[in-house]
Design a protein around this ligand. Structure first.
Ligand code: FMN
Length: 318
């Protein structure tokens, strides 16, 4: 059994967090991952506070294990959601797209474990100073909104920069990735894309099919010009956005073209107008499985891999 500072901090069996994913990570997915021994997260995204409260209450009826909420700090409802997580006694909050500093005192008073997602060592340091309990260092292999650095470069630098536990994210979909993250200094991992291919994930069937069919080079990054790049499967939508960017479209035109595109993918399965956000590891995912099977087989194989010390990769000691 692998125990780390993260399993101790969260009180979970395995050092695996299911990433908060807007329009994807609902109570059903979060509870399934928590029941499997990891930490499931409900994504608050841009949802109104009462919607998030309902998902939290639903998750409580589905699991007695700890679960968390991911709060997008850019959301117009972020302040209300920040209050809801405290009122509802949520155990863990992860934050993206901003600095959670102003909520920290209230969350700490409510006993919440706070884990910001960071794209750089500098931000990780700032979060540690603000009182964060851990950070997620997320590399640009990830699906969804991304930073500049790869997981391989970012993770050890964040581990060197802070003394709180670091969780590696981006590009992890099997035991090799998990073992590598631990080797780079992480106390655990956050996984998004692999959980898209999960029975308990309520996204449209077209979305799951596209993930299963994708190869290693089938994702593209759009939105760099806007300052918030995001990775999704290449399709008519990403090509149109890329063309708009090249043609010098205004920020407003781009924002209009992007509006609602993840919902179109996740809820409607609209293969032409949807942004099927997905990481570079999609090419490693070939089947839909229950969360319990994904988590348990990942941990069992990681233990085997660590014990065999990577010899399967051809490393020999003389
Ligand atoms: C469809 C999708 C939506 C996402 N939405 C969010 C989000 O709302 N908030 C957030 O912090 N991260 C979000 N992410 C990032 C994930 O939480 C996670 O860090 C990332 O997927 C890890 O990399 P991987 O996809 O290679 O596993 C999203 C990722 C995906 C694939």
């Amino acid at each position: 059994m692998i125990k780390t500072r993260l399993t101790e901090l969260l009180g979970v069996q395995y050092p695996i967090i299911q990433g908060g994913m807007a329009w994807v990570a609902d109570a059903n997915l979060a509870a399934a991952v928590s029941n499997a021994g990891g930490l499931g997260l409900i994504a608050a995204a841009n949802a109104p506070a009462e919607v998030v409260r309902n998902e939290i209450r639903k998750a409580k009826t589905m699991t007695d294990k700890p679960f968390g909420v991911n709060i997008m700090l850019m959301s117009p409802y972020a302040a209300e959601v920040a209050q809801v997580v405290a009122d509802e006694g949520v155990k863990v909050v992860t934050t993206g797209a901003g600095n959670p500093g102003k909520y920290m005192e209230a969350w700490k008073a409510a006993g919440i474990i706070v884990i910001p997602v960071v794209p750089s060592a500098a931000l990780a340091k700032r979060m540690e100073r603000s009182g964060a309990d851990a950070v997620v260092a997320e590399g640009c292999e990830s699906g969804g909104h991304i930073g500049e650095l790869t997981t391989m470069a970012l993770l050890p630098q964040v581990c060197d920069a802070v003394s709180i536990p670091v969780i590696g994210a981006g590009g992890i979909a099997d035991e090799r990735g998990l073992a590598a993250a631990l080797m780079l200094g992480a106390s655990g991992v956050q996984i998004g894309t692999l959980f898209l291919a999960c029975n308990e994930c309520n996204i449209h069937e077209n979305y799951k099919k596209l993930v299963l069919e994708a190869g290693d080079t089938d994702t593209a990054v759009t939105g760099r010009g806007l300052g918030h790049p995001a990775r999704a499967l290449k399709n008519k939508f990403t090509r149109r956005i890329t063309e708009l960017e090249k043609s010098g479209a205004t920020a407003e035109e781009l924002e209009n073209a992007l509006a609602g595109s993840l919902r179109k993918a996740a809820v409607e399965g609209d293969v032409e107008h949807g942004a099927f956000m997905c990481g570079q590891v999609a090419g490693m995912i070939h089947e839909i499985r229950p969360a319990k099977e994904i988590v348990e087989s990942l941990m069992a194989k990681t233990e085997e891999r660590i014990k065999s010390f990577g010899l399967a990769g051809g490393v020999l000691f003389e």
